[in-house]
Design a protein around this ligand. Structure first.
Ligand code: COA
Length: 175
């Protein structure tokens, strides 16, 4: 499985969503059953990285959506600059790599692409941060090594965040 060079928006008529397997049932089910439905409902956007061998086969995907966080969950130094109502953020709702392509740097590429996408959205409509919910410590480490910090824990999930200011710094000078 060799990745193509670009992520493209998921196209239900073209991409074989049901063949994707990252080894985590919840993420597979989202791609197989809900990604198109949620796009059509206007609540999230899924981008996929096809393989070089076939434009239909998916090596990796990510999904972006909107959400909000409580101001009090942020570090005091950030919270004190914000108004006393829920803070709008972008949600990196899903990110996964096909299990036969894991461990080769594709997760990192997908994360950088997703963050660049958030940066582009933020230019048009600002939000405070990017957040992601993780289920276990291993995956938490995948994100914290790129600067994500723990925000809070909810329903056994750890919510991490990276301020949009930090995201902007990653791409400053590259526009
Ligand atoms: C987590 C996932 C996206 C990582 O993708 P990947 O292609 O395997 O990761 P990469 O090869 O790009 O690794 C990038 C770095 O993260 C580290 N890393 C990757 N997966 C990790 C994990 N589960 N735990 C800890 N570190 C991890 C790698 O060691 C590497 O570090 P390095 O740059 O210092 O060598 C992928 O394993 C996956 O899809 N897992 C199943 C779905 C999932 O859990 N998604 C996250 C939802 S919150």
């Amino acid at each position: 499985m060799t990745p193509a060079s670009k992520f493209v928006e998921l196209n239900k008529a073209l991409h074989e969503r049901n063949l994707f397997d990252c080894g985590v049932e919840e993420l597979n089910t989202f791609l197989h059953k809900f990604s198109v439905r949620h796009r059509e409902a206007g609540i999230s956007l899924t981008m996929v990285l096809p393989t070089q061998e076939s434009t239909a086969e998916i090596c990796a995907f990510y999904t972006l959506s909107h959400t909000e966080i409580k101001r009090q969950t942020l570090p005091q130094s950030m919270a004190k600059r914000l108004p006393r109502y829920p803070v709008p953020v972008l949600l990196l709702a899903q990110l996964a790599v096909h299990k036969t392509a894991q461990g080769l740097g594709l997760g990192k590429i997908a994360l950088i692409r997703a963050l660049r996408h958030c940066h582009e959205i933020n230019i048009h409509l600002p939000s405070f941060a990017v957040v992601v919910d993780v289920l276990d410590d291993g995956v938490q480490h995948f994100y914290t090594q790129y600067g994500f910090q723990v925000l809070d824990t909810d329903n056994g999930r750890i919510r991490l965040f990276l301020s949009m200011k930090a995201v902007g710094q990653l791409f400053s000078g590259s526009e």
